[in-house]
Design a protein around this ligand. Structure first.
Ligand SMILES: [Zn+2]
Length: 338
C-alpha cells in the first residue's frame, strides 16, 4: 500500500497553470483520449515506504555529512497538530535543512552555585545548561535546546551575529576575575570534575549538531570588548587534546611561523600602521569583529586579550607578542575562513 499512487493538491495547481494551452487543445478535440483529464488531478505522487518509526526518522534518513547536513540528532521532532488534519512526518524530508544550533558558547557565571541558579532561572539572562562546581554527576538543563536562551548579547563571529539565535549556551559556575590595585586581573581555576562535565557536554552537543571546531567559542571570543569569560583558566587545550573538542593550533606550525621573523624585526615593524592593519585584518579574518583602525587602540587590545584567553592563556595582557602572532597564523592556516 505504501507504494500506491496518490495525488496532492499542490500538484494539481502547478499542472493546471503550466498546461493551460494544451488543455484548450484537448478540450476542442471531439473524442479526447480517456487518459488526458486536464481538469482533474493529474500528478500522482509516490509516497515512499516508511523505513523507521517516526522518532528516529530524521536521524536515520537525512543525517548525511556529505551533503553538509548537520541533522545528526536524537530524532526529536517538533511539529504542528492542527485540528482535523494529520501532519505526516515520515514521507518527504527535505535535503535542504540544517540545525539552528550552529555554535556552542561557554561562559562563567561569576557567581556561586545557588546564585547562579537563581539568576539564570529568575532573571532576564539564561543559558541552556548550567554546570555546577560540585563533584556530582548532574548538569542542569535550564532551556530546551530548541529554544533560545539569553546568554550571548551583542555578539559576532566570522559572518554571524546575534549568536543567541543560533547557539547553545553553557554557563559554568566560577567566581570570575578580580583585579588587584594595579588593575591586573586574576582568574580562579576550574575544578577537574567540572571541566570533565563541560567537556563531555560540549562533545555531546557538537556531535549531535555536527558543530565545527571553529564554532565552539568563549563568550569573550564573540564579544571581546565586553566580556572576559570563561577566561584564561578555562582549559581549552585539554578539551582539544582529550575530547577532540574545539580549536587548537599545531606546535610545529607555530614554530614555523615563529621562525619567519626575529625579535628585532618584529619590534621594528611593531608600531607601523601597516603591521597593525595586518594584525587587525588577521584577527578579523579568523573570526573576531573589530575595526581596522591601524592603531593599537582599546578595541584591538581587548580583542588580542580575548584571543590570548583562549589560545595563549600564559600571557593574556592584550599585547601581541611574537608567540601570539605565530599562534594566530597557525590557527588561520588550520581553520581557514571561507
Ligand atoms: Zn558570558
Amino acid at each position: 500500500m505504501r507504494n500506491s499512487l496518490y495525488v496532492i493538491g499542490l500538484g494539481i495547481t502547478l499542472v493546471s497553470c503550466g498546461s493551460q494551452n494544451n488543455s484548450k487543445k484537448v478540450a476542442a478535440t471531439p473524442k479526447p483520449v480517456a487518459k488526458i483529464q486536464p481538469t482533474s488531478p493529474t500528478t500522482p505522487v509516490v509516497k515512499p515506504p516508511v523505513k523507521q518509526e517516526e522518532a528516529d526518522f530524521f536521524k536515520v534518513n537525512i543525517a548525511d555529512i556529505t551533503k553538509n547536513d548537520n541533522t545528526i540528532s536524537y530524532g526529536s521532532i517538533v511539529a504542528a497538530k492542527p485540528n482535523n488534519y494529520k501532519v505526516v512526518k515520515t514521507y518527504f524530508p527535505a535535503v535542504a535543512q540544517n540545525f539552528r544550533q550552529r555554535y556552542v558558547i561557554l561562559h562563567y557565571t561569576a557567581l556561586d552555585n545557588d546564585k547562579s541558579v537563581s539568576v539564570l532561572t529568575q532573571q532576564s539572562v539564561s543559558a541552556h545548561y548550567l554546570v555546577n562546581s560540585y563533584d556530582d554527576n548532574e548538569i542542569y538543563l535550564l532551556v530546551d535546546e530548541n529554544k533560545r536562551a539569553y546568554h550571548a548579547g551583542v555578539s559576532n563571529w566570522r559572518n554571524d551575529q546575534n549568536l543567541n539565535d543560533i547557539s547553545i549556551g553553557i554557563e559554568i559556575v566560577n567566581g570570575g576575575w578580580a583585579a588587584d590595585a594595579t588593575g591586573t586581573k586574576s582568574f580562579p581555576g576550574f575544578p577537574e570534575e567540572q571541566v570533565k562535565k563541560v567537556a563531555s557536554l560540549v562533545k555531546d552537543i557538537a556531535t549531535r549538531y555536527n558543530i565545527p571546531p571553529t564554532n565552539i567559542l568563549a563568550h569573550s571570543d564573540i564579544a571581546p570588548t565586553r566580556k572576559q569569560d570563561p577566561g584564561p583558566m578555562f582549559p581549552w587545550k585539554k578539551l582539544y587534546d582529550e575530547y577532540q573538542v574545539g580549536m587548537w593550533y599545531d606546535d610545529a606550525t607555530k614554530a614555523t611561523f615563529l621562525a619567519t621573523t626575529t625579535q628585532e624585526d618584529f619590534l621594528a615593524q611593531y608600531n607601523t600602521p601597516q603591521f597593525i592593519y595586518k594584525i587587525q585584518t588577521a584577527l578579523n579574518k579568523f573570526g573576531y569583529k573589530l575595526d581596522n583602525t591601524t592603531a593599537w587602540d582599546k578595541q584591538t587590545k581587548q580583542t588580542i586579550e580575548a584571543f590570548q584567553y583562549h589560545f595563549r592563556p600564559e600571557k593574556s595582557d592584550g599585547i601581541l607578542d611574537m608567540e601570539t602572532w605565530a599562534i594566530l597564523q597557525a590557527l588561520m592556516q588550520k581553520y581557514p575562513s571561507k
